[in-house]
Each structure stands twice: as C-alpha cells, then as structure tokens.
Design a protein around this ligand. Structure first.
Ligand code: ADP
Length: 233
C-alpha cells in the first residue's frame, strides 16, 4: 500500500540547511497498522506529510498503491490523495464555521458525491455523535472534535489513513475511545493505518513499530500478538 525508498528531506533557511530525514526506507502492506515513534524533532510529522503527498522529498521515492507520488504535479497528487488517503491531526483541524455534519461532508462534496449527507450522518452515528450533527466545533469537547475528524477522514473510504498524534490532545479515557475507533475502522474496512504517537501503549497495540531518531529509522519491530493480548486481555 505504501512504499518509501531512500527518502531524504532537507529544509533550507538562508545559508543553513537542516536534514530532517535521511535515507528512510520501509513499506507498509495493505491492511497493516503501523506506529511511528521517536523523540520530538526526529522527523515524524515530516515523514507522514511526505508519505501522504502533502509535501515532496528532497530525494527518494514514495509509492502509494503503486503510484510514484514524486513524479506527479501538485494537482495529480491532490487527486490521488483525495482518492486514497485520509489524514487525522493532533489538533483536529476542523473548520470552525461549519457544523460537525458539514465538516464531515466537505471531502465527499469535493468529489461530487451526492450521498455525502447521508453517509456523513451514518459515520457520525458510528463514532457516537448522532446527537451532535449540528454542533459547531467550539461547542464540542476535544474527544468529540477528534471523532468528527475521524468521520471526516473516513468519508471518502480511504485505503490508507495517516494519523499524527491522534490522541495527543486528549485525556487517557477519551484517547482510548478514539484509539478503539481507529482499530475498529481498520478491522471493518481493512484500512491501512500509519499512526505517529508518543503513546507507547497505543504503539504496542499496532502490529509494528518504526522507531525514528534524528531523521533515521533505527528500529522496525513487529509487535507480537501475545504482547497486546496480555496487555488488553
Ligand atoms: P517530529 O514530528 O518528530 O517532532 P518534525 O517532522 O515536526 O518532527 O520536525 C523535524 C525537524 O524539522 C524539526 O527540527 C523541525 O523544526 C524541522 N522542520 C519541520 N518543518 C520545517 C519547515 N517547514 N521548515 C524548516 N524546518 C522544519
């Protein structure tokens, strides 16, 4: 579903250059759940943005569903993103002037989907917000906003979902609800998940942990089923 080869990202400011990612290679199979962990500043958010085609690498390749993102122009990348990718941010990123329902409908409407409203309502019901359809983001708690953001990320039935610290702004209990929803959506829709997190418990619940340090992958370890079964059993 996702393949990354020899990815390097360098930022320039004036005469200084900062190499944020260096020779990063890995792939993620369809339906897999993968966590990316590492200290602050190690390049996790940059990596996620490159994998999702939000930005281009300085060197290296990114294939999403076999399509090389790095040879596409911005419009073609946006079209591919809209077809394949969902994205969830730590800070929710809902549009403040739209209701929960309208926020969820936006990506589907952009694709001209006439069933957008009905499906948005179904998704909001599925994340437990059937009674919050016409609330504005400021009228919702953090956990509710993140559940709206999840519904929005899912409305176009993405094959792969990137989540950047999706529980980072939530208390433990609310974070667990959002976390369960991510895993449920993977189990029911087969959506590939790539989750950046500081939450080691969440990371251990996935099938695999990529450890990033100073822009390099220093470990890529499978999580054994017994570990999470013990933890959650
Ligand atoms: P993490 O998500 O692991 O905290 P980031 O990918 O956000 O790491 O950032 C990695 C490094 O790249 C940091 O030192 C950050 O300051 C720098 N950085 C991120 N985005 C930019 C940018 N647009 N311009 C310059 N430097 C950036």
């Amino acid at each position: 579903m996702l393949q990354v080869a020899h990815l390097t990202k360098t930022y320039r400011s004036g005469t200084r250059t900062l190499t944020v990612l260096q020779d990063v290679s890995f792939s993620v199979a369809e339906g897999e759940i993968c966590a990316v962990v590492g200290p602050s500043g190690s390049g996790k958010t940059t990596l996620l943005g490159l994998c999702a085609g939000l930005d281009l690498p300085t060197a290296g390749k990114v294939w999403l569903d076999g399509q090389d993102l790095t040879v596409l122009d911005e419009d073609a990348r946006a079209a591919l993103r809209n077809r394949l990718v969902g994205f969830v941010f730590q800070t929710f990123q809902l549009l403040p002037t739209l209701t929960a329902l309208e926020n969820v409908m936006v990506p589907a409407e952009l694709r001209g989907d006439r069933t957008a409203r009905r499906r948005a309502i179904e998704l909001l019901e599925r994340v437990g917000l059937g009674d919050r359809l016409h609330h504005y983001p400021r009228q919702l708690s953090g956990g509710e906003q993140q559940r709206v953001a999840l519904a929005r990320a899912f409305i176009n039935r993405p094959r792969i979902l990137f989540a950047d610290e999706p529980t980072g702004n939530l208390d433990a209990e609310t974070g667990a609800v959002v976390e369960d929803l991510l895993f449920e959506l993977n189990a029911t829709a087969g959506t590939t998940l790539v989750i950046v997190t500081h939450n080691l418990e969440l990371a251990r619940r996935t099938g695999r942990i990529l450890h990033l340090r100073a822009g390099r992958i220093v470990a890529d370890e499978p999580v054994h089923a017994t570990t999470s079964a013990t933890r959650h059993g």
